[in-house]
Design a protein around this ligand. Structure first.
Ligand SMILES: Cc1ncc(C[n+]2csc(CCOP(=O)(O)OP(=O)(O)O)c2C)c(N)n1
Length: 607
């Protein structure tokens, strides 16, 4: 195609036809959600999205929030979500969410509108170099030319199907399309004469192009398995020996949990379920499951007695230091890592074998191949450790009738004023209705979830931005998840203030935000910086924000709680709002010094 700077008879009509061909083909390839930030240069594409009935479009002014919202929506659905914005700094605001999507393996389609080539480098307004803007953080990057009359629609349709495929396999992640448009952006003709969107099913070659993906799971229709010899060798390593399976977070396929438990049963080994594994709150057989390892692995004499011959990991690397340190201490054990193709989840460099492929199929193949369980006493030692930690956890939640009578200032363990994360998290999870989605923020929220969530048969789905573990965009991500149904966002006070704009996206969605307001970055209390005279100014950085006003800015309901009973009452009101489809923000006020003291006492109990 030659580059012409002379507009065709109706450049606007060409732009709209081009945009409609692309968007219709994205719909044909299975894209059902788009998040659009307003702008001029993106107008043909925005119109094409807004008029495509198979695509649900959400409008979000702040591109950073828009991208995190799309991330949340893609996490909840497992399907690629399209983002659209104008030229200039707009797509740069997507960057943190793009990084999280790349690290966390979430499919996104990044459609940035641009000025045509002849305006680049000549001082034109809102024109920056957008090519390869996202560097190595995208799975693929496509630089298109501005639409011209007679553009090749077959190519454009195949490109749409291709970018959807690229966002899903071999590793899900973001894909960038840079799309320049020449003015005039819209047709000159009467709007009533403009071309219409094509309704599905589309008679497009793109439909056949995307048949590689199963319509139900939206996962690649192929299976990737390691060499059968590697499966056989691994099965020999596992059979009849003392082992532990560790399951981290991940977007696992249906039936994965059952398959993993079947392998643990065949080997009669404990299965450590991480908070984001999807195994803690689910209707599953629980005799192999451990959810209290963060506690019982603090007992050095237990750790010395219960040395495994092998450890097998799947999903993301563990959340908390305790389990990480235990893994690095298993120096003599064989360490087997199951990872998606192209991923090397071994930051401690202790793996003795990495099995690349589809986790579900690898687990099923191993279950077939193993031939002997460990001696029964092996798992029993973990069952006892788990039960002991569970009993201590039960005491945290139980009110102490003597202490409950004392006044609030005492904050005695068991009293109403003894309100900290170890009490808040179990109370919250116990009250959530089945089927709730839980988005957990970075910092102490995810670590406390690991320590205090426990587990049960009530199904809850857990999410977090653990790819890059940012405290940015958390509320927007949770709002994106809430588009799929009732969702809890559990975040710290700095994490909340970092994404105030995200609260705007909570409007009209069943999102319950519980802000753990411990007066700043509580996590830093446990790090060496806490001893520095500059600690409060340089690390703790209390937000001193008025959360009631913050919620009011967006017309969102607000509750405040500083005791156990006030939190229980606030939770009832919050859940009633969710049932009506409205968001609610609960500010849980935690005395930081008390919380630090209670965390320390809790950890010491287990040593
Ligand atoms: C975008 C980003 N900036 C900075 C950090 C570093 N960081 C990690 S935790 C944290 C403090 C979070 O405070 P808060 O949300 O109140 O949670 P708490 O520590 O009290 O649990 C910061 C600044 C980060 N992870 N991501």
């Amino acid at each position: 195609m030659s580059l012409s700077t002379t507009p065709t008879a109706d450049q606007g009509l060409v732009n709209l036809r081009f945009a409609q061909t692309l968007v219709d083909a994205l719909a044909a390839a299975g894209v059902s959600d788009a998040v659009i930030s307003p702008g001029s240069r993106s107008t043909p594409l925005a119109l094409a999205f807004l008029r495509q009935p198979a695509i649900r479009s959400t409008i979000a002014v702040d591109e950073r929030c828009a991208a995190f919202f799309a991330l949340g929506r893609a996490k909840a659905s497992g399907r690629p979500v399209a983002l659209l914005c104008t030229s200039g700094s707009a797509p740069a605001n997507w960057y943190p969410a793009v990084i999280e999507a790349a690290q966390g393996g979430t499919p996104l389609l990044l459609l940035s509108a641009d000025r045509p080539a002849e305006l680049h480098g000549w001082g034109a307004n809102q024109t920056i170099d957008q090519l390869r803007l996202f560097g190595s953080h995208v799975r693929a990057s496509h630089a298109l030319e501005a639409p011209q009359a007679g553009f090749a629609s077959g190519w454009l349709q195949r490109l749409a199907a291709r970018v959807v495929a690229e966002s899903l396999a071999p590793q899900p992640g973001p894909v960038h399309l840079n799309l320049p448009f020449r003015e005039p952006l819209l047709p000159a003709a009467d709007p009533r004469e403009w071309p219409q969107a094509t309704e599905l099913p589309l008679p497009s070659p793109a439909a056949a192009f995307s048949e590689a993906f199963s319509a139900d799971t939206y996962a690649p229709g192929w299976t990737c398995l390691p060499d059968p010899a590697a499966i056989a060798a691994t099965a020999a390593t596992l059979s009849g020996r003392r082992g532990v399976i560790v399951c981290g977070g991940g977007a696992f396929p249906p039936a994965f949990a059952e398959a993993l438990l079947a392998l643990a049963a065949a080997l009669d080994c404990p299965l450590f379920a991480e908070p984001l594994s999807g195994l803690r709150f689910a209707a599953l057989e629980r005799s192999q499951l451990c959810v209290r390892q963060e506690s019982f692995l603090r007992d050095s004499s237990f750790v010395a007695r219960a040395r495994p011959d092998w450890v097998m990991r799947c999903g993301d690397f563990p959340v908390t230091r305790q389990l990480q340190q235990w893994l690095s201490g298993c120096a003599t054990a064989e360490q087997i890592v199951i990872a998606p193709p192209g991923r090397w989840n071994d930051p401690q460099h202790v793996a003795t074998r990495v099995l690349h492929g589809d986790a579900l199929h690898i687990i099923a193949a191993l279950t077939q191949a193993v031939n002997a369980p460990a001696a029964a006493a092996w798992r029993q030692s973990f069952v006892r450790a788990e039960a002991a930690a569970e009993a201590l956890a039960a005491k945290l939640a139980a009110p102490d009738s003597a202490a409950a009578l004392t006044d609030e200032a005492d904050r005695l363990p068991g009293s109403d004023a003894d309100f900290w994360e170890g009490v808040l998290i179990p109370a919250l999870l116990a009250r959530l209705p089945a089927g709730f989605r839980v988005f957990c923020g970075a910092s102490m929220a995810i670590r406390d979830l690991d320590s205090f969530s426990g587990g049960g048969s009530k199904p809850l789905a857990f999410f977090a931005n653990r790819g890059a573990s940012g405290i940015d965009g958390n509320l927007s991500t949770a709002a994106g998840i809430a588009a799929a149904g009732p969702t809890l966002a559990l975040v710290g006070d700095l994490t909340c203030t970092h994404d105030i704009g995200g609260l705007a996206l909570a409007r009209g969605r069943p999102l319950l935000v519980v802000v753990i307001n411990n007066g700043g970055g509580g996590i830093f209390e446990y790090l060496p910086a806490a001893a520095l005279p500059e600690f409060a100014r340089g690390w703790l950085t209390p937000a001193d924000a008025d959360f009631a006003h913050m919620a009011a800015t967006w017309g969102i309901g607000y509750q405040r709680a500083a005791t156990r009973s006030a939190f229980a009452a606030a939770l009832e009101l919050g859940l009633a709002a969710i049932e009506r489809g409205d968001p609610c923000l609960i500010e849980a006020v935690i005395d930081r010094e008390h919380s630090v003291a209670r965390h320390r006492a809790w950890w010491e109990q287990h040593q």
